[in-house]
Design a protein around this ligand. Structure first.
Ligand code: CTP
Ligand code: CA
Length: 224
């Protein structure tokens, strides 16, 4: 198996994958999170490793176990994820599958908030760094391919197309995460891949199949 993996089309390529949610502390025992399971990012990392890539897998606290055969960097917050991404660079391609919290609690307490003496807590927020935007806009050392994900609940293609241009990434993998689809936390995904060349709607399939199809596209793009 070892020989087979190292002979894949992505042999010698270093690829960053971010995955999972981030947790933003409120106090030492409480945090703000989101419903990302990390399943799609984990599947993408696994599929890239299976094609022979050296995968640096930067993951928030996901529900699913990380893939085997990748370099794992575990983080909790968006700021830690940004630092880990900086450490992972330079890479040949960067895939941003993480559901990064847009805001952190700027008024996070060093002590556990107490019901009795503190009354109702008031949380103040600060905006987290946009990691995908930062890497997409790098002037030197930018990865040859930068791929973002866009989780939308409405106007999916319109929102994701605008998002690709705003971020400056090469591809956006858009999906509808409205509760009725069951995609957030489920085993399947239905994505549309948006690039400069146009939009391509993929049929609903397992997250593993989406990952394999995407990994094959990534290999085509960075090895041609
Ligand atoms: N992303 C990131 N850092 C952030 C926020 C998002 O790297 N602070 C990445 C995600 O990993 C994803 C892409 O940006 O690949 C789009 O994330 P999304 O939350 O859909 O976009 P936002 O720009 O945060 O816009 P929205 O207001 O729709 O949440
Ligand atoms: Ca967001």
């Amino acid at each position: 198996i070892e020989a087979k993996l190292s002979d894949g089309p992505l042999k010698g390529k270093r690829i960053l994958v971010t995955s999972g949610p981030t947790h933003e502390p409120i106090d030492p025992v409480r945090y703000i999170a989101n419903r990302s399971s990390g399943a799609q990012g984990t599947a993408v990392a696994r599929a890239l490793a299976a094609l022979g890539a050296h995968v640096v897998f930067v993951t928030g606290p996901a529900d699913v176990p990380p893939p085997e055969g990748v370099e794992i960097i575990r983080v909790e917050t968006a700021q830690q994820m940004q630092d880990a991404v900086g450490t992972a660079l330079p890479v040949d391609a960067a895939i941003f599958a993480a559901a990064v919290a847009d805001w952190r609690v700027s008024s996070a307490s060093e002590r556990k908030l107490k019901k009795t003496k503190d009354g109702l807590p008031v949380l103040e927020f600060a905006e987290n760094p946009d990691i995908l935007h930062g890497v997409s806009q790098m002037k030197t050392g930018r990865p040859a391919l930068v791929v973002g994900f866009a989780a939308e609940t409405n106007d999916v293609i319109e929102n994701a197309t605008a998002k690709r241009l705003r971020k400056g990434c090469d591809w956006i993998v858009a999906n509808d995460v409205s509760p009725a689809t069951g995609i957030m936390g489920g085993a399947e995904n239905a994505v549309t891949v948006i690039s400069e060349a146009g939009t391509e709607e993929w049929p609903r399939m397992s997250k593993d199949q989406v990952a394999q199809k995407l990994a094959a596209r990534i290999a085509d793009s960075i090895t041609q």
